[in-house]
Design a protein around this ligand. Structure first.
Ligand code: URP
Ligand code: ZN
Ligand code: ZN
Length: 469
């Protein structure tokens, strides 16, 4: 009888706080020993020269989410296959409430889509588009009790936008039931106005998507959301922050002692508005269309500062993949105006490589910050800690073995999801996952998938310690 099912030997363990040489012993899917020497395992993995880090947690992912005019490229099977290939072992996608539908029914529907399909563990955030008295009075509090402890609201998109009164009511509900509110901060009316003016001027190419929603539109919405949160006295997570202007509002709130948290994403450190310049739909111009849009180099630098200074708690992909075909980005309506191009880009598989390559390898952030931003802080923020997010006895054995010296060029042929492009095509990075382990089982090695659909299970999440007290 072996003492351990698996040991990882000779590597350097990196957590959000420490870096040290240790072996890791795993039994029953959990880490049971982190020690100088772990011997007597049924299987040993030699990790010499490698970093042993907690598996990535991507707390902002869209899978199998209905979208008007286009079908999302990834469901749970292909999206989580990409996740594990990129070193991510847990994802938190959204269960989106179409207006008029019961939240409970929506959640059941997403469970059906995910059941038996996932290669990675998963929880669900809710998206509230229709905050009726029964949703806020009964359904939402009950679902929070069942482990859906965070939800997102939108300040834009015709089919999802909440007005100020609704935002206040939803924030009040979150405060009472101690859910964590995530906000998409872009102002609906300003975008609509800008879009109409651009279309009148014949400026309909994908580049004008970014022009229709400049930083000021995000800044205004971020400030409004922060003000509403202050009025209700509820914490807030502002997601996919794209640039300096919105970030300054967040920093202002944080400096006043408010519980305002923030997330940023690969597209805001690796892409700029110029990537869309001169492209039309025939040149695949739609493939960079996401909201908020990538900004300029100065804003990228501001985002790096925010990552260095702790303004951002999490670095998520906002994986929201659409094919670059007539079924997705190039659908017939999208060819008439940027406003019909489905918003969102793929990124769950490349999130960690982008942050390591542009962040750690370039000396902008340290390895411990990398682990905090890609794993530990997500677990803490969304009620998965101390089950997920670290390398220590008692945690799930979700581990990525990382080669900090492996040079790779990000390209579509390396990807494992269903989308037909990566917006990071051609980006050269140093630092790559060589093995991903989910609850003690190696599920991907050197790009080869070893796991199976159904390896991943549902995670009911605890109340976030960052939500209201
Ligand atoms: O363009 C984006 N980000 N689409 C995904 C939906 C969202 O707002 O997160
Ligand atoms: Zn959003
Ligand atoms: Zn999103």
């Amino acid at each position: 009888m072996s003492d351990y099912d698996l040991s990882i030997r000779g590597g350097t363990v990196v957590t959000a706080s420490d870096t040290f040489r240790a072996d890791v012993g795993i039994s029953g899917g959990r880490i049971v020993a982190v020690a100088d020497r772990v011997e007597g395992a049924a299987r040993e993995i030699d990790a010499s020269g490698l970093l042993v880090m907690p598996g990535g947690i991507d707390s902002h992912v869209h899978l199998a989410q209905p979208s008007s005019g286009a079908q999302m490229a990834d469901g749970f099977l292909t999206g989580t296959r990409g996740a594990i290939a990129g070193g991510t072992t847990t994802v938190i996608p959204f269960a989106m409430q179409p207006r008029g539908e019961s939240l409970r029914a929506v959640v059941q529907d997403y469970h059906k889509k995910a059941e038996g399909q996932a290669f990675a563990d998963y929880g669900f955030h809710l998206i509230i588009t229709d905050p009726t008295p029964s949703v806020l009075g009964q359904e939402l509090p009950a679902l929070v009790g069942d482990g859906y402890t965070s939800f997102k609201v939108f300040m834009t998109y015709a089919d999802m936008v909440l007005n100020d009164r609704e935002l206040l009511e939803v924030f009040e509900c979150a405060r009472k039931c101690r859910a964590l509110v995530m906000v998409h901060a872009e102002g609906y009316d300003a975008i609509k106005f800008m879009t109409e003016r651009l279309e009148q001027a014949g400026k309909t190419a994908p580049y004008y998507h970014g022009v229709s929603r400049p930083e000021i539109v995000e800044r205004e919405a971020a400030h409004r959301a922060i003000s509403h949160a202050e009025l209700i006295d509820v914490p807030l997570m502002i997601v996919h922050v794209s640039g300096r202007e919105a970030m300054e509002q967040i920093r202002w709130a944080q400096n006043r002692g408010m519980k305002v948290y923030a997330e940023t994403c690969p597209q805001y450190v690796a892409l700029t508005a110029d990537d869309m310049k001169g492209l039309n739909m025939d040149d695949s111009g739609g493939k960079y269309v996401c909201s908020p849009p990538p900004r300029d180099h100065e804003s990228q630098e501001a985002i790096w500062q925010g990552l260095q200074q702790g303004v951002f708690k999490t670095f998520s992909s906002d994986h929201c993949p659409f094919m670059d075909t007539s079924e997705g980005k190039r659908n017939p309506q999208a060819r008439t105006s940027f406003k019909w191009v489905p918003n969102g880009i793929p990124g769950v598989e490349t999130r960690m490589q982008v942050l390591w390559g542009l962040g750690v390898d370039k000396g902008r952030i340290g390895m411990n910050e990398f682990v905090a931003l890609t794993s530990t802080n997500h677990a803490k923020m969304y009620g998965l800690y101390p089950k997920k997010g670290s390398i220590a006895a008692g945690f799930d054995a979700d581990i990525v073995l990382w080669d900090p010296n492996k040079k790779e060029t990000i390209r579509q042929e390396l990807m494992h999801g269903a989308c037909d492009y990566t917006p990071y095509e051609g980006l050269e990075v140093r630092g790559w996952p060589v093995m991903t382990i989910l609850r003690g089982k190696p599920v991907c090695e050197e790009g080869k998938i070893l796991g199976a659909p159904g390896d991943g299970g549902f995670l009911a999440r605890a109340i976030s310690p960052y939500a209201s007290k």
